[in-house]
Design a binder for this molecule. Structure first.
Ligand SMILES: [Zn+2]
Ligand SMILES: [Zn+2]
Length: 237
């Protein structure tokens, strides 16, 4: 529903995160957990604005261009080049960080800002509370890893869709299937590969239909909600 606003949603979320971490505490949430922060006097408001521009506005502009200017192959190519260059710079900066131990991020390097420890000269000890927290997290992740494969997303998605719909779609009997040169698969919206249908007039790729019916016994056509457990090949007469 909101997928066409994806870049804007990401931008708002990232801005909020930036505001509650860098702007108020001069440290990202990860840095706060490690008790380190940026040197406050190295981050005057002008530099802070630049930090925001580099870490939040620029990624938004990039995402927006990738999302909206899909027909501009030149722009996409340039973006890809810039992204690749950034990966290389980041890698170079990371090796520099391994040698020097300061400024792990490219942004830190560009803005020339350092970190300082909030604990001062206090020795860093790992207490039981830390270890317990780690154990709880590890247990939780294991539980997630074990249970997630058992969740049938296809059925959940269908049930949610049926719940959100106000009126039930009427069940139609066999209708004529429409298959033309630009018919798209009702499920993946790509050119149909091995056209098959369930009984309604919508055409699916063989794999889209078979895969969904295998995963969810009550699979319905996602355009007209026609439901059937069988499917047939589309025969061109
Ligand atoms: Zn398909
Ligand atoms: Zn249909």
């Amino acid at each position: 529903m909101l997928s066409h606003l994806q870049p804007e949603i990401n931008f708002v979320l990232n801005s909020a995160l930036w505001n509650f971490s860098i702007r108020t505490h001069y440290a990202t949430f990860g840095q706060q957990m490690l008790s380190i922060a940026y040197e406050k006097d190295q981050l005057p408001s002008a530099k802070l604005a630049l930090h925001y521009l580099l870490t939040t506005v620029l990624p938004y502009a990039k995402e927006n261009a990738q999302f909206r200017l899909t027909n501009w192959s030149r722009v996409q190519k340039l973006l890809q080049l810039a992204e690749n260059a950034l990966v290389v710079y980041n890698l170079v900066n990371f090796f520099k960080f391994l040698r020097s131990g300061t400024r792990p991020l490219l942004v830190d390097c560009l803005l020339r800002i350092n970190h300082r420890s909030l604990d001062g000269a206090k020795r860093r000890t790992i207490g039981y509370s830390y270890m317990t927290r780690e154990l709880v997290w590890a247990g939780f992740l294991e539980l997630l890893g074990f249970t997630i494969p058992f969740v049938n997303y296809h059925a959940l998605k269908r049930k949610l869709r049926n719940l959100l719909r106000i009126e039930a779609a009427p069940q139609r009997q066999d209708e004529r299937v429409e298959l033309t040169a630009d018919t798209r698969c009702a499920y993946c919206n790509e050119r149909v590969i091995l056209p098959h249908h369930m009984g309604c007039r919508h055409v699916f790729c063989y794999l889209c239909l078979k895969g969904n019916q295998l995963a969810d016994a009550g699979f319905q056509c996602n355009v007209c909600d026609y439901r059937s457990e069988t499917f047939r090949k589309v025969v061109v007469l």
